[in-house]
Design a binder for this molecule. Structure first.
Ligand code: GTP
Ligand code: MG
Length: 452
């Protein structure tokens, strides 16, 4: 292998926003444009992510991106479904994503999950831009497929542009209310200080060239140093999801942000109890679109390098947690790597008190976010765990001395049947929601009710 041991990895771009605001459509559009440009083969579909190499970015963005101006290899987009919190995307030291696109529907404006995403971006200090999506739905819009925004602006009537501007300024105002100084992206000089708003349509592709150009420019300008990794080193990543997969048992979908993972590696994965030490059985990628009808949805690969999304099949992953660290052992002591994983897990651990509420969340990152929010609301926590609400959670909650603490607060989790039954018997109240501050609001109302 003659590759330079140190080189630049692909920046990881999280695409987030409220349900139905167009995150997936935006990525579909980028993939679709690549197909039209004859570059379909160049885009690789990863587990939970889409890798778009620089030359494809450039062919979609046209004059806006000259590949000679960049040395980053492209962009790796992670789609975060509305029901799945962006908080999973954590890594050692904060955010897994290097940069983010917050998608906001121009008609719908700011919604609960938009606010939640902003809050997380703020806390993790992730640089981001706003894609003001669905501009084609402005009444009277004259669509110009796949064109940069200034070209399509020029072909709209004054009435149409002033309507769009009104919606855009509303979004800029909302950002300002949340403490972000924002402006239309072409007016932004310093993207570290100001948030750029890019008007786009995931349907017609208008503004997509601008969006890619801004993301590429932002990464190159402000993130280049962070992209310098030892590309051949032992892999480091984060678990996005723990999933049963037919023929493979329990698997973990991970995002690798450093080094490589190979099909014969031993790995250490953060678990509910001790770190899990296991041998990779298979590394799985989705099959290319053309082969989707073959028997298995997956293709086995021997090795992948950061940044990448990959499904890892290995024994003993039943206890693995979404949001937990994954590390490749390779030529090192297993104990050393176990200690590293343990240290990362300890970083995330929530401080608990003798008395307090029970908290459950779908991932380590969301558990951390819940704990932060509860701390702000001055609500003590007695037990905090990743996973669905189970009977033992009810037992713990039922022993609280204070009736205000005989509760379980769940974020993005289900309540197991026997737990629901048990809660009724034991007079434990369970609050669950897919938006953190809504769980907390509901709980605060409950407390007011008791105190009244
Ligand atoms: P979740 O994954 O459920 O959070 O939603 P999402 O943000 O991925 O939204 P998705 O891409 O699934 O789009 C939701 C709906 O909006 C779909 O019906 C899309 O066709 C539509 N849509 C998305 N972008 C645009 C757009 O730019 N213009 C128009 N007219 N419709 C759009
Ligand atoms: Mg989606």
């Amino acid at each position: 292998d003659t590759r330079d041991p140190t080189s630049l990895r692909t920046p990881i771009v999280a695409v987030l926003g409220h349900v139905d605001h167009g995150k997936t459509s935006l990525l579909d559009k980028i993939r679709g444009s690549a197909v039209i440009e004859g570059e379909a083969g160049a885009i690789t579909q990863h587990i939970g992510a889409t890798a778009v190499p620089l030359d494809v970015v450039s062919s979609i963005a046209g004059d806006l991106v000259n590949p000679d101006d960049f040395d980053l290899p492209g962009l790796l987009f992670i789609d975060t479904p509305g029901h799945h919190s962006f908080t999973t995307l954590r890594s050692r030291g904060g955010a897994l994503a290097d940069i983010a696109i917050l998608v906001v529907d121009v008609n719908d404006g700011f919604q609960p999950q938009t606010l939640e995403a902003l809050d997380i971006l703020k806390r993790s200090q992730t640089p981001f831009i706003v894609a003001a999506n669905k501009i084609d739905t402005v009444p009277g819009w004259n669509a110009n497929e796949d064109t940069p925004i200034n070209a399509t602006y020029e072909s709209q009537t004054d009435r149409v542009t002033s309507r769009l501007d009104e919606s855009l300024y509303k979004i800029i105002g909302n950002l300002s209310d949340e403490g972000f100084s924002a402006d239309l992206y072409w007016r932004v000089q310093n993207f570290q200080r100001n948030v750029g708003v890019v008007p786009v349509s995931a349907m017609t592709g208008e503004g997509v060239p601008d969006l890619l150009a801004v993301m590429m420019g932002l990464s190159q300008r402000y993130m280049k140093e962070e992209m310098e990794i030892d590309v051949q080193g032992p892999g480091v990543g984060t678990v996005l999801e723990v999933k049963e997969e037919k023929g493979f048992g329990t698997t973990v979908d991970i995002v690798l942000y450093d080094g490589t993972i190979r099909a014969d590696d031993t790995i250490v994965v953060g678990g509910q109890n001790d770190p899990i030490v296991t041998d990779v059985r298979a590394l799985l990628q989705p099959r290319p679109l053309a082969e989707i009808r073959t028997e298995s949805r997956f293709e086995q690969v021997d090795e992948v390098g950061a940044a990448a999304g990959i499904k890892v099949a290995a024994p003993d992953l039943g206890d693995a947690m979404a949001g937990a660290p994954v590390r490749v052992v390779r030529n090192r002591d297993v104990e050393t790597v176990e200690t590293e994983v343990q240290a990362e897990l300890a970083d995330i651990a929530v401080d608990t008190e003798e008395q307090g509420v029970v908290v459950k969340a779908d991932t380590l990152g969301s558990l951390e976010a819940m704990a932060d929010a509860l701390e702000e609301a001055e609500v003590p926590i007695v037990r905090a765990e990743v996973g669905d609400v189970a009977p033992r959670d009810v037992s713990v909650a039922s022993t609280a001395e204070d009736p205000k603490q005989q509760v379980i607060l769940g974020f993005n989790v289900d309540v197991l049947d026997d737990a629901a039954h048990r809660a009724e018997v034991d007079d434990v109240t369970i609050f669950t929601d897919a938006v953190i501050y809504q769980v907390i609001e509901e709980y605060e109302e409950f407390v007011e009710e008791i105190e009244r």
